[in-house]
Write a protein that binds this ligand. Structure first.
Ligand code: HEC
Length: 198
């Protein structure tokens, strides 16, 4: 299945190259950022991204309860992925193209042995991921999300799987406001992802 998708993508890509047109990938719902690009239903809800755990993994911020007075908003690991074609485009241009999807999946920790929630493992004392526990997604689309610096925000649940199949755009107060205020124009907290390199 995976190979078939790849083959048809490169076939589409080579047809495109020979025709000298912009890239059109028949296997993705949205041609603008290729594999994994954002797909919306008729109600303007984002469909849950497919296969994101096999995208480009750019980092894993952690804000554990043990360091946040026992009550972190997101006590889990935050595993962050970018869809591969958008990542490649970003590496060339320094700009995320329309259709970019950035996924933040939350992962609960292994039960700790210490008050700060840390656990002792053969490699040392620390924090270790255990179970998937939520999905937050950002989508770049300069037209659709003009009022929030070109990024839309979606929450597919802060709980164990299964996550919601689709999610409506979150309000600016819930998501975009904090990104706008703290990550600036680019909206992505690049300083936490060395792979983004800027
Ligand atoms: C109070 C501030 C704040 C709010 C509100 C917020 N975020 Fe974030 N978000 C952050 C910070 C800081 C990071 C990076 C560090 C981390 O993950 O702890 C981040 C990271 C992300 C990332 C990974 C890409 C990046 O920019 O680092 C996604 C995706 C994301 N948030 C989506 C959402 C969604 C969806 C909502 C609303 C449901 C939301 N965020 C609400 C502060 C916020």
């Amino acid at each position: 299945m995976k190979r078939r998708v790849k083959q048809s993508f490169s076939l589409a890509a080579s047809l495109v190259v020979s025709a000298g047109m912009t890239c059109v990938d028949a296997t993705a719902g949205d041609d603008r950022a290729g594999i994994g690009a954002a797909e919306f239903n008729g109600k303007g809800e984002l469909l849950q991204p497919e296969g994101f755990r096999e995208w480009i993994f750019i980092g894993a911020p952690l804000t554990p309860n043990g360091l946040n007075n026992g009550a972190a908003g997101f006590p889990e690991f935050h595993h962050v992925y970018v869809n591969p074609d958008a990542y490649a485009s970003y590496k060339r241009s320094g700009v995320f193209p329309d259709g970019t999807v950035i996924v933040k999946e939350l992962l609960l920790l292994h039960k700790g042995d210490h008050q700060d929630g840390s656990k002792v493992s053969p490699s040392g004392r620390g924090y270790f991921a255990k179970t998937f526990n939520g999905l937050d997604v950002m989508v770049k689309d300069n037209k659709r999300f003009k009022s929030t610096n070109g990024w839309g925000f979606f929450n597919f649940g802060h709980k164990a799987e299964p996550y919601a199949a689709s999610a409506p755009p979150a309000t600016a107060a819930d998501c975009a406001g904090c990104h706008q205020g703290n990550a600036g124009e680019g909206m992505v907290f690049k300083e936490f992802y060395p792979l983004l390199g800027r």
